[in-house]
Design a protein around this ligand. Structure first.
Ligand code: F6P
Length: 546
């Protein structure tokens, strides 16, 4: 197989971008059809990608790159259950766990859909019993608080979604049926602070761990169990603990009965597991109907990704634009800027989704990669981000492509808040793209009565070069369905980029080494020994032990 840099489209892009760098977004907007050419809708999500440094030729070369990289076949392979996670010999089927077509999907001679539907039903009746109050704690109280104990994909997804869908967690009386809490960090402060306000009689722990071996999660689960047992006795565990895991045996040894274990499978990666049993806290929080809508939204995006032509395929377009800046404009990072308070955790969720997937430097064939792969993902909700780091995006020396995500209709209509929020949302991408020229700055300063000397001293500081690329993504409204679509959109964007960069987006060997070294150091800390390390690590151990 040819390497990426020797593909025809890659080489053409490379020489084309040399010329493209002399063009600005402002010049490109001389074409007044640019918005209609470069924006489209998928159900209730709109993407405007016209404010990119991209000519027609750039776009067609990006599409040619996708074809030359066999993207359509790779998409089919993923949906069809091919073992595209080849380093772990696993299929990648998070799309199956939100599939609502009644067709079998055979993997290794087995219909995985029937297992998926069995767990979906099990979750459904569990959620019903918790929300109706039928599920009782050991003292006969109903459950008012759920504590999800997990980390990484077993935490970030459910945490982000519960926060984003707060508005959908109320019952008819406008009360939360149950509240959710998340404990992830091994720092004892996390669990201690969470448990402080909780009544064990009304608390249900959900131990979310694909492997049921993750140190942080196991430690937190054991501390939670000790807290519960000291208040309510040993028998309380079966009524106050459930598990979501592929390792039912380990959950049983922890004291959780099989009937209270919600299974999933190796073909669901941790950071893609939100749609499986790992979403149980979400389902309990927002109820079965909303959870089903959430899965259906993601499924709708799956169908779009699978069936839409590349040019009108939202994850494909976003993925390829990311490649353009990452590989041809030397952009190291990509900002995700949601203009909706409910999406405040979206950037941190996406950090794992994207960086754990595409932070790789070895290709399909095990060769060291010579080009850039996954960017640094970061961001913060607007307008808070504006008052924190936007200065650097506008006037710094780095090119930071950004996705602005907003909603047409607010869920909280108070006065003019939403219009003000939208005005910032729109103004930022306008300012980033078109900037402010020196002549305009000088004219303004003159009007303010500044002297010639003052004008020439101040003007350079007030110039905005513009030409900062952005995508604008607008949801009609934040609903369980549209959130499902949005998350799946980004999941598939990550996949598209992984295909182009020829990396396995579904393993995560890079998190292993630190875990192994920590085991040795833990023993040393317990035994008060400095061990055999480099001078810095030994010095630090000694400092902490003294
Ligand atoms: O960070 C590494 C990782 O393996 C993630 O991919 C995963 O989401 C997380 O740890 C938690 O793993 P588990 O669900 O097995 O506890």
């Amino acid at each position: 197989m040819k390497n990426l840099e020797s593909l025809k489209a890659w080489q053409e892009l490379s020489s084309h971008v040399k010329e493209l760098k002399n063009t600005t977004i402002k010049q490109l907007f001389v074409d007044n059809k640019r918005f209609s050419k470069y924006s489209f809708k998928v159900e209730n999500i709109m993407l405007d990608f016209s404010k990119n440094i991209m000519e027609e030729k750039t776009f067609s070369l990006l599409m040619a790159l996708a074809k030359e990289a066999n993207l359509p076949a790779k998409i089919e392979g993923m949906f069809g259950g091919e073992k595209i996670n080849w380093t772990e010999k696993r299929s990648v089927l998070h799309t199956a766990i939100r599939n609502f077509e009644s067709k079998p999907l055979v993997v290794d001679g087995k219909d995985v859909m029937s297992d998926i539907l069995t767990v979906r039903k099990q979750m459904h009746s569990f959620v019903e019993s918790v929300r109706s109050g039928e599920w009782k704690g050991v003292t006969g109280n109903r459950i008012r608080h759920i504590v999800n104990i997990g980390i990484g994909g077993s935490d970030l997804g459910p945490r982000m979604v519960c926060n984003a869908l707060k508005n959908y967690a109320n019952d008819k009386l406008n009360n939360h049926v149950c509240d959710v809490h998340f404990v992830s960090n091994v720092d004892g402060t996390d669990i201690t602070e969470t448990l402080k306000s909780l009544d064990p009689q009304e608390t249900l722990f959900m131990v979310a761990s694909k492997t049921f071996t993750t140190q942080e999660t196991m430690m937190n689960a054991k501390s939670a169990r000790a807290w519960l047992v000291s208040a309510l006795g040993k028998d309380a565990v079966s009524k106050h603990f459930v598990a979501m895991t592929t390792n039912i045996e380990a959950a049983n040894s922890f004291g959780i009965e099989s009937k209270n274990c919600f299974g999933f499978w190796d073909f669901v990666g941790g950071r893609y597991s939100l749609w499986s049993a790992i979403g149980l806290s979400v389902a309990c929080y927002i109820g079965n109907n909303n959870f089903e809508q959430f899965l259906k939204g993601a499924h709708a995006m799956d169908l779009h990704f699978k069936n839409a032509p590349l040019e009108k395929n939202m994850p494909v377009v976003l993925g390829l634009l990311g490649v353009l800046y990452n590989n041809f404009f030397d952009a190291d990072s990509h900002a995700v800027l949601p203009y909706d308070q409910y999406l405040e955790l979206f950037p941190s969720y996406l950090q794992q989704g994207d960086m754990e997937s595409n932070g790789k430097s070895v290709d399909f064939d095990g060769n060291e990669i010579a080009y850039q792969t996954g960017p640094i993902i970061w961001g913060r909700h607007g307008t808070d981000g504006q008052h924190a780091f936007y200065q650097l995006i506008h006037q710094g020396t780095k090119l930071i492509p950004a996705d602005f995500i907003g909603v047409k209709e607010s869920l909280n209509k108070i006065g003019d808040h939403h219009q003000v929020l939208l005005s910032h949302f729109l103004a930022q991408t306008e300012a980033l793209a078109f900037g402010k020229e020196r002549s305009v700055v000088e004219a303004e300063l003159k009007k303010e009565g500044k002297s010639a000397g003052e004008i020439s001293a101040l003007a350079p500081h007030k110039v905005f070069k513009g030409n900062r690329p952005t995508n604008t993504i607008i949801l009609d409204k934040l609903t369980p369905y549209s959130l499902g679509q949005l998350i799946a959109l980004y999941e598939h964007k990550i996949f598209v980029q992984g295909v182009i960069w020829r990396v396995n987006s579904f393993d995560q060997w890079g998190v292993e080494l630190g875990k192994v070294l920590a085991k040795t150091i833990l023993e040393e800390l317990k035994e008060k020994k400095t061990g055999n390390h480099d001078a810095s690590t030994s010095g630090l151990i000694k400092y902490l032990l003294d």
